[in-house]
Design a binder for this molecule. Structure first.
Ligand code: DSN
Length: 403
């Protein structure tokens, strides 16, 4: 590389990533093939529009890339037959152009939810995401969030309470998904909740998509109307997102000319985005193929085993784990119960070479900048080949550092 300043920083970051024990639940290490696609000449190409309907010339090969990516996406989540030869017959459509998760969620709402109406989402302090209608996000300014959360007693989703809120508030869309919730989500119950409100059911499976693909978490597809996922978490792809939608008519508009997939495609482009990042789409296609391999199933299984061992080992050493444990790739540690704020804990761990993030815990009495807990996840360390015995060592080190 001739730009020595950037080259130096890339090298430093490579070194930092190699040295650190990365326990950030939303990060991972991509394969050389994903990096190769991301750094390919596709970055030079403008391709506004969709395959076969572009606003620029020279998109013959780009069209092939986007079609291949869509086929692989539908295939990975078992939404079309083996070779995906009859994609038109699938009840699902996929859009692989969203730049990332936040614009993807914005596209979904703007396609299906009239501005000013209600979106029901898990509140941030309970483990939800900013773009599920939180006030500080544009999604909470254009739409009104009806928040839901977990039970104080069990720290698990309180489905009965959520049902009651939905029935009373009648949101236009129920959004399911979290960034800091460690238990399996019952999508069937959420379907009933959405039906009680006459609402769409949208699942943001960004955190668990890799577990769904690997068979470690139930699939939302039998129940949802729309499913969104980012591609850079357990799925081990580049930063990016995909929106899956059912080819059904909009709620309350049975004679509409358009189906959900058409409305969402239009909201992505030209509604919110310009030219898709074709290098990113090529890299997503690569990670989707990797996620179809038998070794990915083993990986997803190990991610969960590692998270469970790490949580248990910390528990044995006296650390309170929110909800008592985990079924997934992550969990929250209530560090404040031993007098250490999440910020102090994450700073101390960083100095010891362990990277986590400070996190609010349900019913947190502290502020987001210095919350009561930390979030720990195992996707990245599992990619490096770490197993149960390594988790015991990491737990020992965390315990020693924080004590
Ligand atoms: N920032 C991501 C996470 O860490 O969970 C969600 O967008």
């Amino acid at each position: 590389m001739t730009d020595s300043e950037i080259e130096r920083l890339i090298k430093l970051e490579e070194k930092r990533q190699k040295k650190a024990v990365n326990l950030i639940a939303s990060e991972n290490y991509v394969s050389g093939d994903v990096l190769r696609a991301l750094g390919s000449v596709f970055t030079n190409k403008y391709a506004e529009g969709y395959p076969g309907k572009r606003y620029y010339g020279g998109n013959e090969i780009v069209d092939e890339i986007e079609e291949l990516c869509k086929n692989r996406a539908l295939k990975l989540f078992k939404l079309c037959n083996k070779k995906c030869l009859h994609r038109a017959k699938s009840r699902w459509h996929v859009n692989v152009q969203p730049y990332s998760g936040s614009p993807a969620n914005l596209a979904i709402y703007s396609a299906l939810v009239p501005i000013g109406s209600k979106i029901m989402g898990m509140s941030l302090e309970m483990g939800g995401h900013l773009t599920h209608g939180q006030k500080v996000s544009m999604t909470g300014k254009f739409w009104e969030q009806v928040p839901y959360g977990v039970s104080k007693k069990t720290e698990r989703l309180d489905y009965e309470e959520i049902f009651k809120i939905a029935k009373k508030e009648k949101p236009a869309m129920v959004v399911v998904g979290a960034t800091a919730y460690s238990r399996k989500i019952d999508f069937r119950k959420f379907r009933k909740i959405a039906d009680a409100a006459g609402a769409y059911l949208m699942v943001d499976m960004s955190h668990i998509a890799g577990l769904v693909a690997g068979g470690e978490h139930p699939s939302p597809f039998p129940y949802a109307d729309v499913v969104m996922t980012t591609t850079h978490k357990i799925l081990r792809g580049p930063r990016g997102a995909m929106i899956f939608s059912r080819k059904i008519k909009p709620l309350g508009h049975p004679v509409s000319k358009w189906t959900l997939d058409v409305l969402i495609d239009r909201a992505v482009f030209p509604g919110l985005q310009g030219g898709p990042h074709i290098n990113q789409i090529a890299a997503i296609a690569v990670c989707l193929k990797e996620a179809m391999s038998p070794s990915f199933k083993i990986y997803a299984n190990q991610v969960v085993k590692n998270a469970q061992v790490l949580a248990n080992e910390l528990k044995k050493r006296g650390w309170r784990i929110v909800s008592g444990g985990t079924d997934t790739h992550l969990f929250l540690v209530d560090t404040w119960s031993r007098g250490i704020s999440g910020k102090e804990a994450s700073d101390k761990l960083e100095r010891a070479g362990i990277i986590v993030n400070k996190n609010m815990i349900p019913f947190d009495t502290r502020r987001p900048a210095g919350p009561s807990g930390i979030r720990i996840g195992t996707p990245a360390v599992t990619t490096l080949g770490m197993k149960e015995k390594d988790m015991i060592k990491i737990a020992e080190k965390i315990d020693k550092t924080l004590k």
